[in-house]
Design a protein around this ligand. Structure first.
Ligand code: AP5
Length: 218
């Protein structure tokens, strides 16, 4: 399968993409994660991207298109891939269809209020990048009994949890604006090509995943 997952910032694309990739043995390609890896390595691309990401702006189309084109040419994509966070503009979508076919585009729909709330609560491991829901942090609090300490460290690798630089409330609002102006037109783009299915992203992580599996299993 060659899939894309669309949705506003914080809709749960990354969370669901991990589950989909595991179930269908697909390469999970997150352009946000790829850019954050460049930032961590302090490459020229990473340094340029950091300024844009922290401001809630998109990285230029040509840079991202080249990055994705090279990535899906890798051997692990031969049996299928899931693009998470790409395409994000009509220009990116048009370019994508020049170098690959697509089987399906899943759009996750979540209202703005829920997104702002999720982003305020999101914590990410500073080392392995595992993302935590507020429920998971609360669960860690109860299980350990040493609430405030336990919830600040990653259960997978033990590194400290952090707030993403682009999750500041004012940046989140700007990212939503950018999404509506530049990415929302992709809903029509993929609908016109018969590829789009929308799921309600406002349920639990598992119930949203089940809705997506029901679509993809068909
Ligand atoms: P990217 O990392 O892709 O950010 P994004 O699209 O804004 O999406 P997020 O990662 O913020 O959220 P998500 O939808 O993956 O939600 P998540 O699963 O984490 O990109 C970052 C930046 O890189 C962009 O702003 C841009 O600058 C640049 N960039 C990337 N790709 C680009 C491109 N193609 N072109 C140009 N620039 C590009 O969930 C969010 C939170 O909610 C988490 O805490 C999670 O645990 C929780 N959660 C998830 N599902 C649920 C649920 N059902 N119920 C309750 N909580 C939930």
């Amino acid at each position: 399968m060659k899939l894309i997952i669309l949705g506003p910032p914080g809709a749960g694309k990354g969370t669901q993409a991990a589950k989909i990739a595991e179930r269908y043995s697909l390469a999970h390609i997150s352009t946000g994660d790829m850019l954050r890896a460049e930032i961590a390595l302090k490459t020229p691309l990473g340094l340029k991207a950091k300024t844009l990401i922290d401001a809630g702006e998109l990285v230029p189309d040509d840079v991202i298109i080249d990055m994705v084109k090279a990535r899906i040419a890798q051997p692990d994509c031969v049996n299928g891939f899931l693009l998470d966070g790409f395409p994000r503009t009509v220009e990116q979508a048009q370019a994508l269809l020049t170098f690959t076919e697509l089987d399906s585009a899943i759009s996750i729909d979540v209202p703005d209020e829920a997104i702002v709330d999720r982003m305020q609560k999101r914590r990410v491991c500073g080392s392995c990048r595992r993302t935590y829901t507020s429920d998971e942090l609360s669960a860690a609090y109860i299980v350990d009994g040493c609430t405030w300490r336990r919830a600040q460290y990653c259960v997978a690798c033990g590194a400290e949890l952090a707030v993403r630089d682009d999750d500041k409330p004012e940046t989140v609002l700007h990212r939503l604006k950018v999404y509506k102006e530049q990415t929302l037109p992709l809903i029509d783009f993929f609908t016109e090509r018969g590829l789009l299915t929308t799921v309600d992203g406002n349920g639990s992580v598992d119930s949203v995943a089940q809705s997506i599996f029901n679509i993809l299993d068909r």
